[in-house]
Structure formats: C-alpha cells, structure tokens
Design a protein around this ligand. Structure first.
Ligand code: PEP
Ligand code: MG
Length: 921
C-alpha cells in the first residue's frame, strides 16, 4: 500500500486533528480540528509534511506518483460537498493552495489562490454568479499569484517594483482611481491582457489552462518555498530544523471579494500587543486574502471599540470614521456576532489566545485558519496570568507556557523620564510592537545589516516590509513603516522578534531613491537620528536616551509565582552597588559572584595597584596594600549594605598581575611618571610579568599563595566592612571565595590565611562576624578531588567559564577563530561558553556536586559562569541538583522563571549517549 499523504476535511468531518501538527502542519491540523468542533470551514484537504520531505529527497516524479491519485479522490470529495466541479467552466470550483509548517512562519512561504481559473472558467463564473466584477478580479489575482509564485516572475533588479504591481499602478493611474477595488470591469480585463503578455514575454510560456496542471504546479511551488532564502533565514533565526518540511493545504475558495456583502479579515481573540481581553482585528470589504496584511488599503477594525480607538490614534473624526472606516460590528452586525461566537469557541477549545482568519462571502461567514497567536512579551505575560486567574489554566501551565527569552522583551527599554519628547513628535502611526528605540535612519534592510555590523544603532524605515527584509529588521533597533496595520508583515514579525515597531505612519513620505523621509515640513536623510515609541505609535525627531522599566503588575506576580515553585535559587554576578541594586530590584536572592578585580580599575586606584605590583619586597607591598585597604573596605561596605541581610560572595583577586599594567609605550611612560620610578623599571616589570599562557598561569589562588598579603588585605577589608555595617544595624553576610583551586594544599593555605586574618580583626575590633568560605570549581582536577576539598569549605561555586575552557582546552579568548566553522559543520551543537556542554563539562558539574555533597552534607553548590543565566543551562543545573545559579542582573527575571519551569518539567537531564548524539560528545 502506498503511504497516505492526503487528509481530507469538510462538512464537520476530518481525517486529522489538532495533535497532528508534525504531519499536517499547524494550519492543516487546526483546519481539521475546527471542522470537528463545528466551525464553518471551507472543505479541502492537507498534503502531509512527509510528502514535502519525500519531494526533497526523491524528486517530483516519485512524490507525484503517489500523490496524484490521493489528490484526485480528495478533490472529488470537495466537489461533492460544494456541488461544484474543478475545471468545469459551467459550474467552477476554485481552490486555494497554502503552505503550513509545524510552527507558523508568517509570510515566509507561498500561497496561490483561485486555482482552476482560465478565460473560459472566468466567463462561466461571471455567468453563474452574475458577478462579472468578481470573476475578472479573481482571474487577474490568479494570474499574478501563479505568475510570481509558480512561474517565478520577479523584478529584474532588487530595487525595482514588482512587475505585476507596476502594471496595476499604471492602470489605476490611467483610470484615475486610488484603490484596486474601484477599478471597473474593463480595466480588470485590460489588466488580465497585460498580465498574460508580461508572463509570455518574460518566461516564454503560458499559464496552463488545465486545472489539475495548475494544481500540481502550485503544490510543488509551495514545497519549493520551504527552501526559499527568506524561509531558510527565518528558520535559522528561530532555530527551526530544516527537515521539518511544510504541509500544503488545498481548500475550496470562498470569496471575500464578491461584492459589498463580502469581506475578509484577520483577528486576535485578545490584543496581541498588550494582552488585553478585547477582540482585536482588521478587515476589508470586498477584498481577498492578502489585501488586509499587505497594507495596500487601510484596513478597518472589526469591533466598534477598536474602530473608535484607532480613529483617535489616527486623528480621524467620528463622522469620517463612521462614513469611511466603520467597524464590522457596525456594518455587518449578524456576521460579527457569529464571528464573536467563533472567537469564544476557539478560545475555550484551545485555551489560549488565537489568531484567526475569516472571510464573509455574500453574507456567509467562513473561518479559514486559527493558530495560537504570536504576541509580545507583555501580552504573553498578561494573557498567561489572565487565563490562570480566570481558572482556564493552572499556574504551572501559565509558567511553562512562557517563552523565557521573550521576557527580555518585557524588560524593554522605555524613554528615560525627563527625556525632552514633547515638541519632538514628527508623526504618529500604530503601536505595532512595544518599547522605545533610538537610531539612525536607514531605508534598506541590507543597509541595516551593514550599519549594525559597524556597531551603529539604526531604525529601519520602509514604506512596508516584506519577508525579504527579515535580517535587516533583526539588525535594527526599531522599525517604522508608512503603510500597514497591526497585522501587517512588519508588525507581526517585529512582535515575534520583540522589536519596537510603529507601523502605518501615513503622514511620513519615503523616497527610496533619494534616501530621504519627509515628516511634515522636515526632511530626514539617511543617518539622521529618530526615535520610536512602539507602545504609543509616536515617532520623534532626534536621539533620546532609553532605560529599562521596573518590574510590576502581572510580570511581578508571574515571577513571584515562579519563586514559589522553583527549587534552585537565583543570585547575581555584581561588582558594584549599582549592579547590586538592579539585581535586588530584579529579585536576586544574593550575590553569587563579586569579582574584586573590577574594583581595582576604578578611578585613581589603579595607581595603588601598580605600586603594589612594583614593590620589591613584602614591606613595600604591604605599604601599597595598606593604602588600598580603606578603599576596598568602602567598596565592600557599600555593596554589602545594598544587599543588606542577603549573602554576598566576594571572590579574592583572580587575574594575573600583568592585566593591571599598561601594554604600550605611552602608558608605561605615564606609569613611570605617576609612580616616580624609572621608565626602565616599568619596562622590566612588564617583561617579567609577561606570561605565555596567562589563563593557565600566575593567577587565582596561585597568585594569592605567592603574595599572601593580597588575600590578607582583602579579607580584612571584607570583615571590617561587615563590622562597620553592624554598627549601623545591617546584618551583612559576607562569603569569601578562593578562585581557581586545583589542589587541596593551595586551598588550605588560603583558608588558613583567611582564618588568621579574621581572628586578628575580631580581636582588634572586639567584634566577630560570621562568614562563610568557599572555593570556585573551575579546573577539572578540582572536580576529581571534590570529595577531598568539600569538607574544608562551606560552598562550591562552579566557574563554568574556566571549567569549559580547561575541560575542552579551548581558549576563551581565541575560540572565535574556529567555533564558527565547528558550528557550521555541525561538529559542535552550540557555543559551549553560552550553553553548558551537558556531556562533558556538565558531567563534571554533576560529579563535583555529588561527590562534594557526599563528603560534606552541608555543602552549598552553585554556578557563577555565564551559563548561570542561560535558560537551557539552568534547566540542566536544576536537574544536576545544584542549589543556585548566579548570573548578570538583567538575566535574573528570566532565570527566576526558568528555575520554576525546570522544577515543573522535572526532566532528569541525564547524559543521553545515543548513537546520533555520539557526534556531539
Ligand atoms: C568562571 O570561570 O566561570 C568565572 C565565573 O570566573 P571568571 O569568568 O571571572 O574567570
Ligand atoms: Mg574563572
């Protein structure tokens, strides 16, 4: 028996259902499901992703051999349900052919509508429907789509307009009309002639008259569009595997363009920008498919409330609104009611916000598609929390539904308060994707990429965006378009990327050739600064500073819910009071890593550090360190006081000393002058401290064991700071951490220095402070002897940056030379410095944790390398049994959510060693 490739649906029955997304694609699975829950869906069938994969593996002949018979039979089913006949001019059935991958890839692949058309069918359709306008409008649309999608007719040069659009524009100009739907029948006929001529001249071929030939051509073209460049790019940006393939959905056409009683639209069951529980959507009367999203005509709002809000934003009077842009609710109340009913049915069924497409044909409502709606981070949080509060989903579901990285978007910049924006507004568009952005104007996506590579911040300004622009959009700080509504390409893609976007700013004029934008009187050139507020739709002249917002409302509640579930704690890597404050604000439970070397570079103190380095003996070194002591004490006092009673892990000095010395001649001369020493002495010291492999050299506790005075000074500063704070009523909790341990002897040496110093401070001050001691685990040997060193300390902190470096033998600073090649060749799956290598470094973490805790049951174990803020790695550390992760302040909210997700998912991420994964080990 041949493989089943085709699954039919229609008239309340379906061979598929919503859980078959891998095989039928998201669209196909949901079309089947909507039939099953009784929504009006035009009948049709879905060709599986397996067929697409077979096409790419074995070519078109093999796949068509199996496919043809199944498709013939399925078309007959559709004919039976509709009572029409495919290719029959007397009673024509027209079909639509659309792509549909497992996950939605908006606008990336191709669609062909009105299949089954030819001249005879056009005339037949006109006669049968009595609607000549519809027949010719559908025919010209068919020619345009078939011509560009199947026959590949594109502009000759990248910046040229689409050749079909060029013809449309010329005819509209000649006929003196603004919109396509105002064209009389004979103008549409003229368009058909010109389209046919264009296709003939440019391809040397005719569009096939035979309906089935059109169908095979379109199915294969949709398969091909899976591999087009923009779809490929989109998958790369969104981590979608290339071997998923697309399904193809073939459906009976319904006509939103069959007159004044017809319409087509797109709607969201809740607001995708803010998450507000209101029905949001746009529609156009007498229009087909792409018209709404293409942004050519200004779409109207489906609800009266939405329409009124839109009119206020667009500065349109109530009279003008009612006359020219009324809502669907006002002009087709019965159909709106039915649509609203479908909205509730869909949300109840899918238990999530839906993005649906609908068409009204001569007063009859059809639902063409539904899917979980793409949303901003803000909307994701609000919708999840609202559904939880409404009792529709559990708190665990609300938490696991959140896309961790989207919270970045939630921490979107806003304009700094006090920014002088009042008189800077130059235009207003739709608030398509929230946040604030400032950048230099560029008009082409390729320029956005180039400028961004040069380190510039840009705003991509386009009349409208197309899927080709995706990489440029990703490179921009924000996107501004002149046309298009909140469902336009720019808006949908920007929201998906979490990028600020203002769309449909109709008052700005854009001239691509001269690279200028006009807003009112003012002309802006490429490179001029503008700013956008994607939350209000405002466009401002000039550069304006942006800042990150506070955590509040639903977001705060979500993170609090997460904290209630998570097992693994989240601490911060912070070296100064400012970062500590941010960390606290974002919910850090302490500081997991304070790198003291960063303090040595501040202000004038580098001179004292250099004095210490130049010392010829212990006495001289102590003199210099004594000058540093009060400064360090102040550093620790301020950071400990911000964190109050929360633990603060302070790491003793780690880097090799040459990092504090100048490298160039001018710097060395300056140093000699500052320290009143001979230039030659400085040169000699720089030469002496030079190391061949500094990362494996004189650093960490090795440094502290050769110059114990440094640890003594730092320990003293930490404890004196804590004693000082206690006088002010602050119960500081310092933890002293020894870096780069590889053997127990060197750790013991440091621990005794710390202990002796603490005792001295205690006696001198007549006050003692409770403090903890711990060590970083960042050398494989330390893991191997974890059971021996664990009893010596209170905590381990895995420095996974160094541990990765030392385990692989990859230099942290030189990996850029070969990592891109390794990634491209698939030798390695991820950058191991970003996401923990579970098989190797991760295994060491597990071993170190387990052996350490066995030898010291009170041992606390965490991670403070970059991996501590990476969602995938946090899940691994949770499963490995660690107690905390420590990451940079801005990653804390995400880490808190992921910590809860990890607990809920409770996946034991053991080390799977299957044959396929072998390559990654
Ligand atoms: C580490 O090695 O993971 C670490 C946190 O230390 P640093 O990055 O300062 O070497
Ligand atoms: Mg390190």
């Amino acid at each position: 028996m041949s493989t089943k490739y085709v699954y039919t649906f229609g008239d309340g029955l379906a061979e598929g259902h919503q859980s078959m997304k891998n095989l039928l694609g998201g669209k196909g699975a949901n079309l089947a499901q909507m039939n099953l829950i009784g929504l009006p869906v035009p009948p049709g069938f879905t060709i599986s992703t397996e067929a697409c994969n077979q096409y790419f593996q074995e070519g078109k002949n093999t796949v068509l051999e199996t496919l043809k018979k199944q498709v013939y039979e399925s078309v007959q089913e559709v004919e039976k349900i509709t009572g029409k006949s495919f290719g029959d001019a007397g009673n024509p059935l027209l079909l639509s052919v659309r792509s549909g991958a497992r996950v939605s890839m908006p606008g990336m692949m191709d669609t062909v509508l009105n299949l089954g058309m030819n001249r005879k069918v056009c005339l037949g359709l006109a006669e049968k429907t009595g609607n000549e306008q519809l027949a010719w409008d559908s025919y010209r649309r068919f020619l345009q789509m078939y011509g560009s999608v199947v026959m590949g007719l594109k502009p000759l040069f990248k910046e040229d307009p689409d050749p079909f659009e060029e013809i449309i524009e010329k005819i509209k100009e000649r006929r003196n009309v603004v919109l396509d739907n105002e064209l009389p029948i004979d103008a549409l006929q003229e368009m058909v002639e010109e389209f046919e001529k264009l296709i003939r001249n440019r391809t040397g071929k005719e569009i096939p008259n035979d309906a089935y030939e059109q169908l095979w051509g379109s199915i294969l073209a949709v398969f091909d569009s899976w591999m087009n460049q923009r779809a490929f790019q989109y998958r790369k940006l969104n981590d979608i595997p290339h071997d998923w393939g697309t399904a193809v959905n073939v459906q009976a056409m319904v006509f939103g363009n069959s007159g004044k009683n017809s319409a087509t639209g797109v709607a969201f069951t809740r607001d995708p920008a803010t998450g507000e529980k209101v029905f949001v959507g746009e529609y156009l009367v007498n229009a087909q498919g792409e018209d709404v999203v293409a942004g050519v005509r200004t779409p109207q709002q489906i609800t009266k409330l939405g329409s009124e809000r839109w009119a206020t934003l667009a500065n349109i009077s109530e009279d003008d609104r009612k006359a020219n842009f009324p809502s669907l609710e006002e002009i087709m109340p019965a159909q709106f009611k039915e649509l609203d009913h479908a909205r509730l049915k869909l949300e109840n069924h899918y238990r999530d916000m839906q993005d649906l497409e609908f068409t009204i044909e001569d007063g009859k409502l059809w639902i063409l598609q539904t899917r979980d709606g793409k949303r901003t981070g803000e909307a994701m949080v609000k919708i999840g929390m609202d559904l939880f509060k409404e009792g529709v989903i559990s708190k665990e579901e609300a938490i696991t539904r959140m896309e961790a990285n989207k919270l970045n978007e939630f921490l979107h910049p806003v304009f700094k308060s006090g920014a002088t924006l009042e008189n800077a507004e130059i235009a207003k568009g739709l608030p398509a994707s929230p946040g604030a952005a400032s950048g230099q104007i560029v008009f082409h996506a390729s320029d956005a990429e180039e400028w961004n590579d040069d380190g510039k911040k840009v705003i991509l300004v386009r009349i409208e965006t197309s899927p080709e622009d995706i990489k440029g959009m990703d490179s921009a700080q924000g996107i501004l378009t002149n046309r298009g509504g909140i469902t336009s390409h720019a808006a949908v893609v920007a929201r998906g990327m979490g990028k600020c976007c203002v769309s449909g700013a109709g008052t700005i004029m854009i001239d691509y050739t001269r690279k200028i934008m006009t807003a009112g009187e003012k002309v802006f050139k490429e490179g001029d600064w503008i700013s956008l507020n994607g939350t209000t739709g405002q466009v401002f002249d000039g550069k304006h500073e942006t800042v990150l917002p506070e955590i509040s409302g639903d977001f705060k509640e979500l993170l609090n819910l997460s904290d209630g579930i998570a097992r693994i704690k989240v601490k911060a890597n912070a070296d100064n009071p400012k970062d500590a404050r941010v960390a606290l604000n974002f919910g850090a439970t302490g500081i997991g890593l304070c790198r003291t070397e960063h303090m040595f570079f501040e202000g004038d103190r580098i001179k004292l550090v250099r004095e210490m380095i130049l010392a010829h003996n212990v006495e001289e070194r102590e003199i210099a360190l004594n000058k540093l002591l009060p400064i360090q004490r102040k550093d620790f006092e301020s950071i400990l006081s911000v964190m109050h009673d929360k633990p603060v892990t302070i790491r003793l000095l780690d880097p090799p000393l040459h990092e504090f010395l100048p490298e160039d001649e001018v710097g060395m001369m300056q140093m000699a002058k500052d320290l009143h020493v001979k230039y030659d002495d400085v040169v000699e010291m720089v030469r002496t401290l030079h190391e061949t492999n500094p990362m494996l050299g004189h650093r960490g506790c090795r440094l502290a064991n050769t110059f114990p005075e440094i640890s003594i000074m730092q320990t003293r500063a930490i404890l004196e700071a804590a004693i000082e704070l206690r006088k002010k009523g602050i119960n500081a909790r310092p933890e002293i951490m020894v870096p780069l341990t590889s053997m127990s002897g060197e750790l013991k040496e440091q621990l005794s220095i710390i202990k002796e110093t603490a005792q001295k401070v205690c006696e001198e001050k007549n006050d003692c402070i409770d403090y903890k001691v711990g060590t970083m685990i960042e050398i494989p040997r330390a893991v191997i002897i974890a059971d021996i060193i664990a009893p010596l300390v209170d905590f381990f902190s895995f420095g996974t940056n160094d541990l990765t470096q030392m385990t692989y033998g990859f230099s942290r600073d030189d990996i850029g030379k070969f990592l891109p090649v390794y990634l491209k060749k698939g030798i390695i799956a991820n950058d191991p410095f970003q996401t923990i290598d579970q098989y190797g470094v991760g295994r060491l973490v597990k071993i170190g944790n387990a052996h350490g805790k066995k030898a010291n049951t009170k041992l606390e174990v965490g991670v403070c390398g970059e991996h501590g803020g990476d969602p995938e790695s946090i899940k691994f550390f949770n499963s490995a049994g660690l107690d905390y992760v420590s990451c940079s302040p801005y990653r804390i909210p995400i880490a808190r959510l992921v910590a809860a997700q990890a607990k809920i998912e409770q996946k034991d991420i053991t080390v799977p060693l299957t044959v396929e994964e072998d390559i990654l080990v």
